[in-house]
Write a protein that binds this ligand. Sequence first.
Ligand code: AMP
Length: 335
Amino acid sequence: MSEIKTIVTIASHSALQIMKGAKQEGFRTALICLENRINVYTRFKHLIDNIFIIKEYSDIIRNETQKILLDLDAIIIPHGSFVEYIGIENLYKIESPIFGNRKLMEWEYDQWKKYELLKSAGISVPQVYNKLNDIDRLVIVKLPGAKGGRGYFLAMSKDELIMKAEKLNIDLSQAFIQEYIIGTPMYFHYFYSPIYDRLELLGSDIRYESDVDGLRRIPYNIVEPTFTVVGNIPVVLRESLLTQVFDYGEKFVKITKTKVPPGVIGPFCLEAVCRNDLKIVVFEFSGRIVAGTNLYIQGSPYSWLYFDEPMSMGRRIAREIKLAIENDALDKIIS
Ligand code: AMP
């Protein structure tokens, strides 16, 4: 197992950053790529030793692909598109080692389990409504499978919610209804290193979402806000917020160790809103690299506090793999 030579990921999301980081740490690299994306990724051939073209993402579990990956002594880096594309049912069929905890990816897939995990960690979370009659404030409605904020909508009351759901032809029994927290959305990029037993904060961002972030340009109430992520903007936190940010990060590491052993491994993100009373409320987590880290390919103001060299999240992942190999501790970082 100490034979890991190639860092592999799916050509999407944060793949370029992962490839660059792997090269910086001296690994071979490979990408699994859909044909219609090849035009982008072949432009970065200097970062990618092998590109394997597949017809559909689930081809990753076909015997031929699995054999290629095993022959390359590959480790797979999951990112935001990974589980979404390959399908949760295929997660355990992958024979090559995956960087991170597969079980946490399963939890991440389920809005209710995700919410319970955050809540039981002691992290501040929005109110969740199981009964429509209980709705007493502005809520955001999320549907299963809705990704990147797409398809969410807001409602002020039970009646408005039912009316909108009927208009959109939505089965409300499947909906996850959460209190809408007013404030500044902020996304914290953490890395938990099992090798150093250390929680690091490597960056933070604000997502730019269409059209909610563009609405200041048109009179209020004309357009229904939507939350489709279109990009990311860097943000450095007011330093006094770091107390909450580290506290929440530590709580998350602790709860995942207890409830989803061996716990979170490597990158994760708490997705939050900072209210005007400076209280941070976390509405979501991602148990893997998030696309907001693409901002910091040269490192972030935080990564420089840990490392005297540019340290992107992609490079940090590769560094952890390298350290695990050197310390004969690969079992601590893969599943
Ligand atoms: P998500 O897919 O859960 O990351 O949410 C997509 C976007 O919807 C977020 O980036 C926020 O802008 C918004 N959002 C989701 N949940 C909440 C919430 N409880 N309060 C305020 N905004 C939210």
